[in-house]
Ligand binder design. Structure first.
Ligand code: SAM
Length: 371
């Protein structure tokens, strides 16, 4: 069950919606098309002329509300909202919605009507944000998600596996997309496949609960990999529903080649530092906003803590590899790089980028070494 919202959006010739009579004519066209589509609905009309446009509300049994607004500036929006109980037929099926959109576009042609793609929200969430730029509104991305495969709340986060027709199963944590079956390029760019040599190396992964990085690294014959992941439930979900990207590495917690430790990576990094343990590679594969129990206010402080601890774990010629942000998020990437520049001893970095299918944008990855 869910609230269904369908928003139709048209741009008209402003010269043809300027007067009240003209707006009434647009309302008549809309009404006509609605009656063709909602044949089984009893439409009751309540209309109101407003200073900045013409407004009419049509509804049936108050279950379905259709709000149509004709702006004198040449805009038309029609918002259909209704509640869909489990097992019931939708009032406006995909098919009917498309028919209405096309019929309206045709009837409004004389008014130079141009449609903006229709937005639909329903049972399965289809919209997710793009990369976050701190000083801008986020852009949303619409996915072709058809099934909620898995949903649970762990002590740390909301975990969902959603199925997209083009991307396969996707891991969503706290409403943010993390990785999908389509995203081998993400893992390969993060690890610099073909550039880095992992053979015989000691590696530490921070986070990485989807198992994809561990799975791909093990193919390169490292000496040993330790993965520090806080959320057991993420690993269980990925083991079951994302095994095309993680194979069977999440089945076992310890083998001769690797060990998965369930806990906060900061605690274990501190322990490793105290033990004098060192790695050739440390991977920051944490959520973009890592989970923190530590009393560190700002997310950036926590990210800097992760950096500081990671460099204490690296051998002198070791490397810290991590994902950054969308390449269009310049301010956010600058802030990230500022945190790197604050580190002591000093570090230097290079970057690589790749278009990540499930992010639907280009992503920047960092390779950091001691300066
Ligand atoms: C699934 S991976 C992949 C990250 C990813 N590619 C993205 O888009 O952000 C991120 C993992 O980091 C884990 N994580 C977050 N904070 C952590 C912490 N403090 N210690 C260990 N793991 C942590 C999350 O539980 C999650 O499974």
């Amino acid at each position: 069950m869910a609230a269904q919202t369908i928003l139709f959006d048209f741009t008209l010739d402003a010269g043809k919606t300027a007067t009240s009579i003209q707006r009434q004519e647009v309302a008549r066209i809309v009404r006509n098309e609605l009656e063709h589509v909602f044949t089984q609905l009893e439409l009751a009309y309540s209309m109101e002329s407003m200073d900045n446009g013409y407004f009419s509300v049509l509804h049936e049994n108050k279950d379905t509300i259709i709000t149509c607004r004709i702006f004198q500036q040449g805009l038309l929006t029609i918002n259909v909202e209704y509640y869909l109980a489990a097992g019931k037929e939708p009032v406006l099926s995909l098919d009917k919605g498309k028919r209405l959109e096309n019929a309206l576009a045709k009837s409004l042609q004389a008014l130079s009507g141009q449609k903006i793609p229709t937005l639909k929200r329903g049972d399965v969430a289809r919209y997710y944000p793009s990369s976050v730029n701190f000083d801008a509104y986020e852009r949303i991305i619409e996915y072709d998600i058809d099934t909620l495969v898995y949903e649970a709340r762990s002590p740390f986060q909301k975990i969902q596996i959603l199925h997209s027709k083009t991307l396969g199963n996707m891991l969503i944590l706290d409403e943010l997309q993390n990785i999908a079956e389509s995203d081998l390029i993400y893992t390969e760019t993060l690890m610099g496949r073909g550039i880095e040599n992992y053979e015989g190396k000691e590696i530490c992964i921070l986070g990485g609960g989807d198992g994809a990085l561990l799975y791909e690294l093990l193919k390169e014959k490292p000496k040993h990999v330790v993965m520090l992941e806080i959320d057991e439930l993420v690993m269980q979900a990925c083991n079951k529903y994302l095994n095309s990207i993680c194979g069977d590495v999440l089945e076992k917690r310890k083998t001769d080649q690797y060990e998965i430790i369930v806990g906060d990576c900061v605690d274990y990094m501190k322990k490793f530092i105290a033990e004098g343990r060192k790695f050739d590679y440390v991977f920051g594969d944490l959520t973009d906003i890592p989970i923190s129990d530590a009393p560190i206010g700002e997310c950036w402080d926590f990210i800097r803590t992760i950096f500081e601890h990671s460099f204490q774990l690296l051998k002198p010629d070791g490397k810290y590899l991590t994902h950054g942000n969308g390449t269009s998020c310049l301010e956010s990437l600058q802030l990230f790089e500022e945190q790197l520049r604050l580190l002591k001893p000093k570090v230097k970095f290079t970057t690589t980028k790749a278009f990540v299918p499930s992010f639907m944008e280009e992503w920047l990855f960092y390779q950091v070494t001691f300066a």
